[in-house]
Design a protein around this ligand. Structure first.
Ligand code: ZN
Length: 293
Protein backbone atom coordinates (compact mmCIF):
# COMPACT_ATOMS: atom_id res chain seq x y z
CA UNK A 1 0.00 0.00 0.00
CA UNK A 2 1.35 3.41 -0.80
CA UNK A 3 0.52 6.60 1.02
CA UNK A 4 -1.40 9.44 -0.62
CA UNK A 5 0.32 12.83 -0.38
CA UNK A 6 -1.70 13.67 2.75
CA UNK A 7 -0.93 10.28 4.33
CA UNK A 8 2.75 10.70 3.44
CA UNK A 9 2.69 14.13 5.07
CA UNK A 10 1.13 12.74 8.25
CA UNK A 11 3.70 9.95 8.41
CA UNK A 12 6.85 11.77 7.40
CA UNK A 13 6.26 15.52 7.26
CA UNK A 14 8.54 17.64 9.39
CA UNK A 15 7.22 20.01 12.01
CA UNK A 16 6.01 23.22 10.32
CA UNK A 17 6.12 21.62 6.90
CA UNK A 18 3.03 21.85 4.71
CA UNK A 19 1.16 19.86 2.11
CA UNK A 20 -0.83 21.69 -0.55
CA UNK A 21 -4.52 20.85 -0.83
CA UNK A 22 -7.17 21.62 -3.42
CA UNK A 23 -10.87 20.95 -3.60
CA UNK A 24 -9.96 17.47 -4.96
CA UNK A 25 -8.53 16.62 -1.56
CA UNK A 26 -11.64 17.59 0.41
CA UNK A 27 -13.05 14.09 0.18
CA UNK A 28 -9.88 12.64 1.66
CA UNK A 29 -9.89 15.31 4.39
CA UNK A 30 -13.45 14.39 5.12
CA UNK A 31 -12.35 10.79 5.73
CA UNK A 32 -9.37 11.96 7.77
CA UNK A 33 -11.60 14.01 10.04
CA UNK A 34 -14.14 11.28 10.63
CA UNK A 35 -12.62 8.73 12.97
CA UNK A 36 -15.40 6.24 12.22
CA UNK A 37 -13.92 5.98 8.69
CA UNK A 38 -10.62 4.75 10.06
CA UNK A 39 -8.37 6.75 7.77
CA UNK A 40 -5.12 4.78 7.44
CA UNK A 41 -1.54 5.66 6.59
CA UNK A 42 1.73 3.75 6.49
CA UNK A 43 4.23 4.85 9.09
CA UNK A 44 7.13 3.54 11.14
CA UNK A 45 6.00 2.37 14.59
CA UNK A 46 8.63 3.22 17.23
CA UNK A 47 7.21 0.46 19.46
CA UNK A 48 6.99 -2.37 16.90
CA UNK A 49 10.17 -1.02 15.29
CA UNK A 50 8.87 -1.75 11.80
CA UNK A 51 6.94 0.05 9.06
CA UNK A 52 3.30 -0.65 9.67
CA UNK A 53 -0.13 0.90 9.26
CA UNK A 54 -1.72 3.44 11.56
CA UNK A 55 -5.34 4.51 11.60
CA UNK A 56 -6.95 7.64 12.99
CA UNK A 57 -8.57 6.52 16.20
CA UNK A 58 -9.84 9.83 17.43
CA UNK A 59 -9.15 13.53 17.35
CA UNK A 60 -9.90 16.74 19.09
CA UNK A 61 -10.56 20.04 17.42
CA UNK A 62 -10.28 23.51 18.79
CA UNK A 63 -12.89 25.99 17.76
CA UNK A 64 -13.62 29.59 18.47
CA UNK A 65 -17.39 29.54 18.45
CA UNK A 66 -19.26 26.73 20.12
CA UNK A 67 -22.55 28.21 18.94
CA UNK A 68 -21.95 27.15 15.36
CA UNK A 69 -22.25 23.38 15.65
CA UNK A 70 -23.05 22.92 11.98
CA UNK A 71 -19.49 23.90 11.20
CA UNK A 72 -18.04 21.84 13.96
CA UNK A 73 -16.31 18.58 13.21
CA UNK A 74 -16.00 16.23 16.12
CA UNK A 75 -13.96 13.09 16.15
CA UNK A 76 -15.74 9.92 17.01
CA UNK A 77 -13.97 6.71 17.91
CA UNK A 78 -14.89 3.68 15.78
CA UNK A 79 -18.27 2.43 16.81
CA UNK A 80 -19.21 5.75 18.41
CA UNK A 81 -21.94 8.18 17.40
CA UNK A 82 -21.29 10.26 14.33
CA UNK A 83 -24.13 12.59 13.55
CA UNK A 84 -22.12 15.71 12.92
CA UNK A 85 -22.66 17.43 9.56
CA UNK A 86 -19.72 16.99 7.23
CA UNK A 87 -18.35 19.27 4.57
CA UNK A 88 -18.56 17.88 1.08
CA UNK A 89 -16.38 18.05 -1.97
CA UNK A 90 -18.70 20.40 -3.81
CA UNK A 91 -19.00 22.76 -0.88
CA UNK A 92 -15.78 24.67 -1.13
CA UNK A 93 -17.23 27.66 0.70
CA UNK A 94 -18.30 25.48 3.55
CA UNK A 95 -14.73 24.28 3.88
CA UNK A 96 -13.48 27.86 3.92
CA UNK A 97 -16.00 28.69 6.60
CA UNK A 98 -15.02 25.61 8.57
CA UNK A 99 -11.35 26.45 8.69
CA UNK A 100 -12.09 29.99 9.81
CA UNK A 101 -13.71 28.64 12.95
CA UNK A 102 -12.20 25.28 13.38
CA UNK A 103 -8.79 24.66 12.01
CA UNK A 104 -6.62 23.11 14.71
CA UNK A 105 -6.78 19.38 15.19
CA UNK A 106 -4.93 16.91 17.34
CA UNK A 107 -5.17 13.51 15.65
CA UNK A 108 -4.62 10.35 17.65
CA UNK A 109 -3.49 7.48 15.48
CA UNK A 110 -3.06 3.89 16.61
CA UNK A 111 -0.77 1.25 15.22
CA UNK A 112 -2.88 -1.59 13.77
CA UNK A 113 -0.80 -4.04 15.76
CA UNK A 114 -1.62 -2.55 19.13
CA UNK A 115 -3.79 0.27 20.41
CA UNK A 116 -1.06 0.80 23.02
CA UNK A 117 1.14 2.27 20.25
CA UNK A 118 -0.34 5.71 19.66
CA UNK A 119 1.09 8.71 17.87
CA UNK A 120 -0.34 12.19 18.10
CA UNK A 121 -0.21 14.59 15.19
CA UNK A 122 -1.24 18.25 15.48
CA UNK A 123 -2.33 19.90 12.25
CA UNK A 124 -3.66 23.29 11.20
CA UNK A 125 -5.94 23.42 8.18
CA UNK A 126 -5.69 26.37 5.83
CA UNK A 127 -7.49 27.12 2.63
CA UNK A 128 -4.83 25.70 0.36
CA UNK A 129 -2.61 23.70 2.69
CA UNK A 130 -2.23 21.71 5.90
CA UNK A 131 0.55 22.61 8.32
CA UNK A 132 1.98 20.08 10.75
CA UNK A 133 2.44 21.91 14.04
CA UNK A 134 3.39 19.04 16.28
CA UNK A 135 3.97 15.32 16.54
CA UNK A 136 4.71 12.92 19.36
CA UNK A 137 6.64 10.70 19.45
CA UNK A 138 9.00 12.16 16.91
CA UNK A 139 8.36 9.50 14.30
CA UNK A 140 10.54 11.29 11.80
CA UNK A 141 13.58 10.70 13.99
CA UNK A 142 12.75 7.09 14.70
CA UNK A 143 12.23 6.63 10.97
CA UNK A 144 15.93 5.98 10.76
CA UNK A 145 16.49 3.00 13.08
CA UNK A 146 18.67 1.44 10.39
CA UNK A 147 21.36 4.12 10.77
CA UNK A 148 22.54 2.31 13.91
CA UNK A 149 24.42 -0.05 11.58
CA UNK A 150 26.82 2.83 10.85
CA UNK A 151 27.65 3.40 14.51
CA UNK A 152 30.84 1.31 14.55
CA UNK A 153 32.05 2.63 11.21
CA UNK A 154 31.49 6.29 12.07
CA UNK A 155 32.51 5.98 15.75
CA UNK A 156 32.24 9.44 17.33
CA UNK A 157 30.87 10.88 14.06
CA UNK A 158 27.80 8.67 14.37
CA UNK A 159 26.26 11.25 16.70
CA UNK A 160 26.82 13.85 13.95
CA UNK A 161 24.76 11.82 11.50
CA UNK A 162 22.04 11.54 14.14
CA UNK A 163 22.26 15.28 14.79
CA UNK A 164 21.83 15.98 11.06
CA UNK A 165 18.68 13.82 11.04
CA UNK A 166 17.41 15.37 14.24
CA UNK A 167 17.89 18.91 12.93
CA UNK A 168 16.18 17.98 9.68
CA UNK A 169 13.24 16.49 11.61
CA UNK A 170 12.90 19.88 13.29
CA UNK A 171 13.04 21.63 9.90
CA UNK A 172 16.52 23.07 10.45
CA UNK A 173 17.92 22.96 6.91
CA UNK A 174 21.30 24.72 6.87
CA UNK A 175 22.34 23.32 10.26
CA UNK A 176 21.61 19.76 9.15
CA UNK A 177 23.99 20.25 6.19
CA UNK A 178 26.82 21.26 8.51
CA UNK A 179 26.62 17.88 10.25
CA UNK A 180 26.17 15.90 7.04
CA UNK A 181 29.23 17.59 5.57
CA UNK A 182 31.30 16.58 8.60
CA UNK A 183 30.22 12.96 8.11
CA UNK A 184 31.22 13.20 4.44
CA UNK A 185 34.65 14.60 5.40
CA UNK A 186 35.10 11.84 7.97
CA UNK A 187 34.59 9.21 5.21
CA UNK A 188 37.24 10.86 3.01
CA UNK A 189 39.81 11.34 5.79
CA UNK A 190 39.33 7.79 7.09
CA UNK A 191 39.97 6.44 3.61
CA UNK A 192 43.11 8.58 3.29
CA UNK A 193 44.45 7.29 6.61
CA UNK A 194 43.75 3.70 5.63
CA UNK A 195 45.45 3.96 2.26
CA UNK A 196 48.08 6.70 2.64
CA UNK A 197 50.95 4.19 2.51
CA UNK A 198 49.75 2.89 -0.82
CA UNK A 199 48.82 6.15 -2.55
CA UNK A 200 52.00 7.90 -1.48
CA UNK A 201 50.55 11.38 -1.19
CA UNK A 202 51.79 13.42 1.74
CA UNK A 203 49.39 14.52 4.41
CA UNK A 204 50.22 18.13 3.60
CA UNK A 205 49.40 17.75 -0.10
CA UNK A 206 46.24 15.88 0.76
CA UNK A 207 45.06 18.51 3.23
CA UNK A 208 45.75 21.35 0.80
CA UNK A 209 43.86 19.71 -2.07
CA UNK A 210 40.26 20.68 -2.77
CA UNK A 211 37.64 18.03 -2.01
CA UNK A 212 37.20 17.13 -5.72
CA UNK A 213 40.93 16.53 -5.95
CA UNK A 214 41.01 14.56 -2.68
CA UNK A 215 38.34 12.22 -4.05
CA UNK A 216 40.31 11.90 -7.29
CA UNK A 217 43.44 10.96 -5.28
CA UNK A 218 41.51 8.24 -3.47
CA UNK A 219 39.44 7.06 -6.41
CA UNK A 220 40.79 3.50 -6.36
CA UNK A 221 39.94 3.11 -2.68
CA UNK A 222 36.64 4.93 -2.28
CA UNK A 223 33.24 3.45 -3.15
CA UNK A 224 32.45 4.00 -6.84
CA UNK A 225 29.32 5.96 -5.92
CA UNK A 226 31.24 8.70 -4.16
CA UNK A 227 33.71 9.01 -7.07
CA UNK A 228 30.87 9.28 -9.57
CA UNK A 229 28.95 11.73 -7.37
CA UNK A 230 31.62 13.95 -5.88
CA UNK A 231 29.26 16.88 -6.36
CA UNK A 232 27.52 15.81 -3.14
CA UNK A 233 30.19 17.76 -1.30
CA UNK A 234 29.65 20.92 -3.37
CA UNK A 235 25.90 20.67 -2.73
CA UNK A 236 26.54 20.37 1.02
CA UNK A 237 28.87 23.39 0.92
CA UNK A 238 26.44 25.38 -1.19
CA UNK A 239 23.74 24.51 1.33
CA UNK A 240 25.84 25.87 4.18
CA UNK A 241 26.90 29.07 2.41
CA UNK A 242 24.25 29.99 -0.15
CA UNK A 243 20.98 28.03 -0.06
CA UNK A 244 18.08 29.05 2.14
CA UNK A 245 16.42 26.81 4.76
CA UNK A 246 13.71 25.56 2.40
CA UNK A 247 16.14 24.68 -0.38
CA UNK A 248 18.31 22.76 2.09
CA UNK A 249 15.30 20.85 3.41
CA UNK A 250 14.14 20.07 -0.12
CA UNK A 251 17.40 18.33 -1.06
CA UNK A 252 18.20 16.82 2.34
CA UNK A 253 16.70 13.38 1.69
CA UNK A 254 18.63 12.87 -1.55
CA UNK A 255 21.92 13.97 -0.05
CA UNK A 256 21.45 12.03 3.20
CA UNK A 257 20.48 8.88 1.29
CA UNK A 258 23.53 9.29 -0.93
CA UNK A 259 25.71 9.37 2.16
CA UNK A 260 23.98 6.22 3.42
CA UNK A 261 24.66 4.61 0.04
CA UNK A 262 28.37 5.42 0.42
CA UNK A 263 28.41 4.05 3.98
CA UNK A 264 26.63 0.89 2.80
CA UNK A 265 29.27 0.35 0.12
CA UNK A 266 32.04 0.75 2.69
CA UNK A 267 30.34 -1.71 5.06
CA UNK A 268 29.90 -4.21 2.24
CA UNK A 269 33.55 -3.86 1.26
CA UNK A 270 34.66 -4.36 4.86
CA UNK A 271 32.50 -7.43 5.36
CA UNK A 272 33.81 -8.86 2.07
CA UNK A 273 37.38 -8.33 3.27
CA UNK A 274 36.66 -10.10 6.59
CA UNK A 275 35.07 -13.02 4.75
CA UNK A 276 37.95 -13.24 2.28
CA UNK A 277 40.48 -13.20 5.10
CA UNK A 278 38.68 -15.94 6.98
CA UNK A 279 38.29 -18.10 3.84
CA UNK A 280 41.96 -17.61 2.94
CA UNK A 281 42.99 -18.83 6.36
CA UNK A 282 40.62 -21.81 6.14
CA UNK A 283 42.04 -22.73 2.73
CA UNK A 284 45.55 -22.54 4.20
CA UNK A 285 44.43 -24.91 6.97
CA UNK A 286 42.98 -27.38 4.50
CA UNK A 287 46.14 -27.22 2.38
CA UNK A 288 48.22 -27.88 5.52
CA UNK A 289 46.04 -30.83 6.53
CA UNK A 290 46.17 -32.33 3.03
CA UNK A 291 49.97 -32.01 2.96
CA UNK A 292 50.26 -33.90 6.22
CA UNK A 293 47.99 -36.59 4.91
ZN1 ZN B 1 3.15 -0.72 16.75
Amino acid sequence: MSNSKIAEFLAKGNIYSTVGITVEDHQELDRLLDASKRYTFDCYCPECKIDTTFYIYNFESYWEDLKTPKLMITGVAPGGMSNVPRFEKSEEDKYKELIKKNNLFCLTAHCVRSSAHPIWIFIKLEEDKIIKIGQYPNVRLTLYPHVSKYQKLLSNYFIELKTALSLYSNSVGVGSYVYLRRVFEKIIFDKYNESKNEIKISEKDFLLAKMDKKIEMLKDYLPAFIVQNKKIYSILSKGIHELDENECLKYFDTIEQSIEMILDEILEQKSKEVKQKSLTSLIANITGTLRKG
